[in-house]
Design a protein around this ligand. Sequence first.
Ligand SMILES: [Ca+2]
Ligand SMILES: [Ca+2]
Length: 374
Amino acid sequence: MKKLTAIFIFTLLLVLTACTEEGQKKDPNPGAVVPYLDGGWVSVWNDEFDGDELDQTKWNYELGGNGWGNQELQFYKPQNTTVSDGLLTITAKKESFQGREYTSSRLTTKYKGDWLYGRVQVRAKMPTGRGTWSAIWMMPTESKYGGWPHSGEIDIMEHVGYENNRIHTNTHTTKYNHNLGTNIGYSKTVPNVSDEFHIYEMIWEPGSIRIYVDGEPVGLGVFAYNPLSNQDVEYWKAFPFDQYFFLILNVAVGGTWGGSQGVVDSIFPTSMQVDYVRVYQKDYLYYDGFEPTKVGTIAKTTQLANSIWWPKAEDDHGVEYYEVYVNGEFYKKTNLNQIMLTTLSAGTYEITVRAVDFVGKTGEFSEPFTFTKT
Ligand SMILES: [Ca+2]
Ligand SMILES: [Ca+2]
C-alpha cells in the first residue's frame, strides 16, 4: 500500500511538472498587488492610489456643468479630486463655480482602461447626506449599437444620499431602460456604506453580468441574456454587453434621482473615497481545458422575422462566439446565441451552429435546422 502510494505520488508529480512546463500563466500587469484570483483570473489593470496625485495615464477628468443628462447641479472640475494616504477622494462641495452652486469630480478610464469581459473590484466608501448621488459604473467605449441606451450602461453601484445605506445596481439597454420603465435592477441594504469601506464587484462574462458587495450578490445580482424571453429583438437590444466598456467614478449633486428629495446644503463637503480599483480577466490560455458543448436545438424566433436562436453552449471558461453555417458553408459569427439571417435570398437552407471558446476550441455542430427565408 505504501509503495503504491509512493508510485502514485511520483506519477502525480510528473504530471504536475508536465503541466507547468507546458503552459505559462499569463503575467499580471506591473504594479498588481493581488496578481491572481481563484478561478483563472489574472490582474490586467489596477490603481491603488498610492501616489500624491491622480495618475492621468489611467484616468481622465470629465469636466463641465451641463447637467449631464440628469439635471445634475454640480460643475465637475479636477480640483475636487485628491490622492493621498493610499486613497482617492472625490469631494462634493457647496461652491459657486461657472454658474453652478456645487462642484465635484467625475473620472473615467476611457481609452486608458477599456475591457470586454472581466472582473472589477472597487473598494470604496460613499458620501453621505440628502442630495448626493455617487456611482461606480461603466459605459461603452465605441457605442457600436448607437447612442444611449442602445449600446448599454452598467451601473455596478449607485447610492443616493437620501436613502442612506441602500445600494443599487442597474443595466440599461434598448429594450430594458428606465425611460421605458423596463430597466432591470437590484438593491441591497449595506450597513455603514459611508463610514466603512466595502468591495463593490462585477463579474462580466459572455451573456452574463453578476454584481456583488463584499462577496454577496446585490439582490438577485444577475443580468443575463435569455433568447427565449427576448424573441422580439436581436440579442444586442436586450444585451449589448459584448463590446468594450470603460469605468466611471463620480459624485453628482442633485439630479433626477439624487435630488428628487432636495439638497441639504449643510451636508457639504462630503466625499467618496476609493482604496483601490482592480480589474482582472480570465487567463484562458493557461486554464482552458475543454471544448464547448454541442449546440442544442435551433429554433426560429417567434416575434422577429428571419431570426433564429439556440440554447447557450457550456464551456469551462466561456463561449466567446458561435459560428453559423448555411448549407455547410461558414456564414457569420455571433457573440451570443441568436442571429438574424437577413442577407440570405429567399429560399430554404440548412443551418448548423457551433460554439468557439476563447482559445479557439470548437464544439460539435448542432443538428441541422431547416430555415426558410421569406
Ligand atoms: Ca489604496
Ligand atoms: Ca473551453
